[in-house]
Design a protein around this ligand. Structure first.
Ligand SMILES: [Fe+2]
Ligand SMILES: [Fe+2]
Length: 344
């Protein structure tokens, strides 16, 4: 094998960075946008858990993913979960489409039905149980890809204790929402040192975050959504720090478009995955058009203009799951508004 010279190798590495954004634009243009429900449903017949938008399956989404799954009547996710369930260092939301049941999240019970959404606090133990005679149909979206890229993806499952990283350290480690537990130091001994105070804040940060996460809103009932007019059309924020959720990465909105009307057009630097909750329509993404129906999924490429049209006779409802908050925290937020909705 011919070895590259140091100069060649390091020049190539530098050009990789320079070229990346242009290459990425090409990948965005070529990515799959529309995922049709009939095809997903076929696969769900064979396996009850189907990844839909997922970088491991060729999607260009870097920060979150979406899957569909079914919980058969009177069973629970993970079938053999009985005590803790599982927990992970990724943010997750679950939106229920059919069926009724409850979840145990850090020991608290939450009852849900169609149209309800759970925002699972990071690293909290959780179990989801179907209480009814019908299968539960739901989608879930997590920031798994982001945590994996950061090297901080921990999934602890009661069925696989051999893969636990922290939980085996004992009862305390199993109760905390902080991977590895939090801490506190006594900074009183270094009187007058602002630097000591700043460092003590750093050590205490995780404990403070844990308290905020424990107070976070977990269950959003469909009936509590508040729709108001915006430049994009009628919108309700579902998961957002400004309405009591302690999310740092994943945000959710619900959009509603009346028959014959269209949303505003916009583009943004965050990843967005849409679930068509009811109705039918089309979306224009840059220079392409896609027709969609209820239960279809859209993956909107980063920074491409998109606008939605209700082409049916019922209200069109779209659940938009995005990683805007993660991008906010990286200083990479940018949203451009184009044409405004024609009905507000
Ligand atoms: Fe989970
Ligand atoms: Fe968008």
């Amino acid at each position: 094998m011919e070895l590259k010279s140091t100069k060649e190798l390091h020049s190539e590495l530098m050009m990789h960075s320079v070229r990346f954004a242009k290459d990425e634009q090409g990948r965005r243009k070529g990515q799959d946008v529309l995922f049709k429900w009939p095809e997903i449903e076929k696969k769900l017949g064979e396996h009850k858990h189907i990844y839909v938008v997922d970088a491991r399956l060729g999607s260009n989404n870097h920060t979150h993913r979406l899957w569909y799954d079914v919980i058969p009547p009177h069973t629970e996710e993970g079938q053999d979960w009985r005590t803790l369930g599982h927990r992970h260092t990724v943010e997750a939301i679950i939106y229920f489409l059919k069926g009724h049941g409850h979840s145990i999240i850090d020991g608290e019970r939450y009852d849900w039905g169609p149209g309800d959404l759970l925002s699972v606090p990071m690293f909290s133990w959780h179990r989801h149980i179907n209480d009814g005679d019908e299968p539960v149909l739901r989608i879930a979206s997590t920031t798994g890809p982001l945590s994996l890229a950061l090297g901080q993806a921990v999934y602890e499952d009661e069925r696989y204790p051999e893969f636990w990283i922290y939980a085996q350290e004992g009862e305390d480690a199993r109760k905390t929402l902080i991977p590895g537990g939090g801490g506190k130091i006594d900074n009183g001994k270094i009187a007058g040192s602002r630097t000591a105070e700043m460092y003590a804040e750093q050590v205490a940060f995780a404990m403070h975050e844990e308290q905020l996460r424990r107070k976070s809103k977990v269950l959003v009932k469909q009936k509590d959504l508040v729709f108001e007019p915006t430049a994009m059309g009628n919108l309700a924020y579902v998961v957002d720090p400004r309405i009591g959720c302690h999310s740092k990465a994943l945000g959710v909105v619900m959009a509603e478009i009346p028959p014959g009307k269209r949303s505003g057009a916009h583009r943004h630097l965050y990843d967005e995955i849409d679930l068509i909750v009811s109705g039918k329509g089309k979306v224009i993404v840059e220079d392409k058009e896609f027709n969609f129906d209820t239960l279809d999924v859209l993956s909107i490429p980063v920074f491409q203009w998109h606008q939605y049209f209700n082409t049916g006779s019922e209200p069109l409802r779209i659940l938009g799951i995005n990683t805007r908050l993660a991008m906010d925290n990286l200083g990479l937020s940018l949203t451009h508004q184009g044409e405004q909705a024609d009905y507000v």
